[in-house]
Design a protein around this ligand. Structure first.
Ligand SMILES: Cc1cc2nc3c(=O)[nH]c(=O)nc-3n(C[C@H](O)[C@H](O)[C@H](O)COP(=O)(O)OP(=O)(O)OC[C@H]3O[C@@H](n4cnc5c(N)ncnc54)[C@H](O)[C@@H]3O)c2cc1C
Length: 310
């Protein structure tokens, strides 16, 4: 449980951090909250020679909410996300998800950049970022590029990041008013990673699903965007058979391992249960979006949406 030798650097600015990363090449590794990397180093699953600690770089922290976009600095902690009232109003699924990560001590230090950059399929934020269709801004001493969360994950702990790069910002479109949302996570106990989890957003107009997004956590080597499940409910009234079809389509893309959280078959089914619960909760929270021209004047609609709204 003792890590190998390493040099520790604590840059004061993003420019300094990027320069250190450039000089370290493949030996360099970002240290943010340390709640994933340090345990991996102690287990000798990671042995970086140069640790570059970004946790005190102010310009990598904070949340900016514009008219069209939300931008989160990579070194923003999960606790800071939870505490941010403007973010909770603009995109409440962030707080709902962050509150289900680990426990308060870990959330005080663990960062969103570390959570999405880690590549651990058990992390909750990557699935959520796929659901929100977020982009990760990757910067290096040579320049910058943007990679979609849906394209970032290539395998367990294998991502699109290159030597010398770090994630500096996470960006996604500001959710429209009235969007329904839910993050449902099954875990054995507080502080555990997901047995299975699902993130859902839903926009309703005229009593039908105008737009939806569904992503899954910890039921494969990577987070999974459930495109077929989304197709099954788009333009439907979200009647029970529509939900059944989405659940079946989501289950079909899972590739869970059998482990201490259950057999592969159990975890596949639990992924379906999480999708079902998230869809129902998201529908209950959705209100008609502004372009729901066909919506009945009394706000009542058909399908499960209408039933939930009474
Ligand atoms: C007991 C326990 C329970 C946990 N339970 C959960 C849980 O239920 N759900 C969950 O999601 N997480 C869980 N975690 C993980 C926790 O949320 C971590 O803090 C988080 O995943 C990593 O964030 P960090 O800032 O600590 O990153 P670090 O540990 O510092 O880094 C993790 C990895 O990401 C890389 N990295 C960090 N920042 C960047 C960046 N800006 N750009 C590129 N790469 C970067 C590092 O180089 C490293 O490879 C748990 C951790 C513990 C110890």
């Amino acid at each position: 449980m003792i890590p190998g030798d390493f040099s520790y650097h604590r840059p004061d600015s993003k420019a300094q951090a990027l320069d250190m990363l450039r000089r370290a090449g493949p030996d360099g590794r970002i240290l943010a909250g340390g709640h994933s990397l340090i345990p991996m180093m102690k287990l000798r699953m990671a042995a970086p020679a140069q640790l570059i600690d970004i946790s005190r770089i102010g310009e990598l922290k904070g949340v900016a909410i514009g008219g069209r976009e939300v931008e989160i600095g990579a070194a923003t902690t999960q606790h800071e996300l939870i505490e941010n009232e403007q973010l909770a109003a603009a995109c409440p699924i962030i707080r709902e998800t962050a509150l289900q990560i680990a426990d308060p001590q870990i959330r005080y230090l663990g960062t969103i950049g570390g959570n999405v950059g880690n590549g651990d399929p058990g992390n909750d934020m990557p699935g959520l970022m796929q659901c929100l269709d977020a982009d990760y801004l990757l910067e290096s001493a040579k320049g910058q590029r943007s990679v979609k969360a849906r394209a970032y994950y290539q395998g367990a702990y294998v991502t699109a990041i290159a030597d010398g790069e770090m994630i500096t910002k996470i960006r996604f479109a500001l959710p429209p008013k009235g969007q329904g949302y839910a993050y449902k996570k099954l875990k054995r106990k507080i502080g555990d990673y997901a047995t299975a989890a699902a993130a859902v957003t839903l926009e309703m107009a005229g009593g039908v699903v105008r737009r939806a997004s569904i992503a899954l956590t910890n039921v494969g080597d990577t987070p999974l965007y459930a495109a077929d499940a989304v197709d099954r409910i788009t333009s439907t009234a979200l009647l029970p058979p529509d939900i059944d079809a989405a659940v079946a389509a989501a289950e079909a893309i899972t590739r869970p391992a059998s482990d201490g959280r259950g057999s592969a078959e159990y975890r596949r089914r639990m992924a379906g249960v999480m999708v079902r619960r998230a869809l129902i909760e998201a529908a209950g929270r959705a209100t008609e979006t502004a372009d729901g021209k066909d919506a009945p004047k009394d706000g009542k609609t058909g399908g499960i949406f209408g039933w939930l709204k009474g």
